[in-house]
Design a protein around this ligand. Sequence first.
Ligand SMILES: [Zn+2]
Length: 479
Amino acid sequence: MLRTVMVGLMLAMASASQAQEGGRLAAAASAMGATNLNSIEYTGSGFVLGFGQAYEPGERWPRFMQRSYTAAVNYQTPGMRLTQVRSQGEHPPRGGAAQPVAGDQRTILVVSDKYAWQEGAPQAVPNPGVVQDRLRQLWTTPQGVIKAALANGGRVDGSTITFSLAGRAITASLNEQSLVDKVSYLSSADVVGDYPIEISYSDYADFGGVKFPRRIVQTEDGHPTLELTISAVRPNAAVALDVPGNVRDAPAPGPVTVAVEKLADGVWYLSTPNARSWAVEFNDHVVLVEGMTGEARSLAVNAEIAKLVPNKPLRYVINTHAHYDHAGGLRTYVAQGVTIVTHELNKPFYEKAWARPRTIAPDQLSKSPKPALFETVSDKKVMSDGTQTIELYHMKGTSHNVANLIVFMPRQGLVFWGDGYNPPAGNDPRDFGRTPEQSIDLYRTITANNLDVKTIAPAHGAGPKPFDNLKKHIGLIAP
Ligand SMILES: [Zn+2]
């Protein structure tokens, strides 16, 4: 009897507490003007910064002008269209993220319920892998986060709201006017593991009965990635997010497939979309150049190497620099006992980054931790066994990255490098996306070391190009 009363009392207390929390969330919704808000469009400008693309490992992200930023959100669908225009922000350039940017670059990213895609080309490009990321972006907007908390049993403790969205813990805080002033959650990157995203909303103003921040600052892993001043807000704007037929019909992402192209005897170009590596066969082992993107790609590349060179172990992976698109696949090799060859400045960065927690996206190394094996490079290193020779050179003075290596095979006249010159398919030597500063840096490194380069076969872009094309691009020989 006593027990029944106690349980009844506890249930009554729990439901009173839920009602109270629901009451506080409803009050915040009312203060924000979120209660009858079905959609919103807001526009601003400021700066956008390239996450994972620092000039020096661990420093702030490279900064670009965000000429315009327009988010059109439909909470009913739910969906969002984000239209951004960026241009070069720093002169001279400092860091990566495909700079120096030539002119204005517009990107249009959309999510609509179960579908994500990119607009701007004649046909929409499906992005099925990022649906949850973009929905999280939608549900962490100022009004979105209150709606999501209400719909997902959000708990309120003082001024702090917590709830779980598709398995990810979200925290929001309210200011004294019950307006959302901060949202934070954990994300994950292959190089650093779990890292915090924090969005701060401030300088609220009234836009037709809806309170909206005029200042939005987002940081990722401690450094700003977005700094916006909002100039216009349209509550309940018409936001149509019809899913294009080719996006609706796109197949689910399958396993990673690797294209193989022979560059020379014992040298292969292993390519996935916009990410390329070399495999080089030595007498009794294999050397991989660049562990791009992440674990799924590394495993697919390893499977191809095992077919190309059966019975020889992969012993080294060369890493040109620590930008996350170039280094995300390295941990798989650490887990397999493969030695990482990189510039000496990168070693302490990787050791620190690879020791961080990985709760969001565990990988082989986090499941079975072991120390990384390194061989480091200062100015130059030669790897040779008589049959093959690979030379590594530090790119001194490049604005792309302070600890950047190029990979050269003298007998074949082949050079691999990370970033800076990615002309289109075909023989047009021009790189339309960027101005030539970093191509000039590559040219300087090649001439300073008297390298007889015939072909560049880089980490991104449309495939191997004659070295003369780079000379044409930077104006040294006539096009
Ligand atoms: Zn880079």
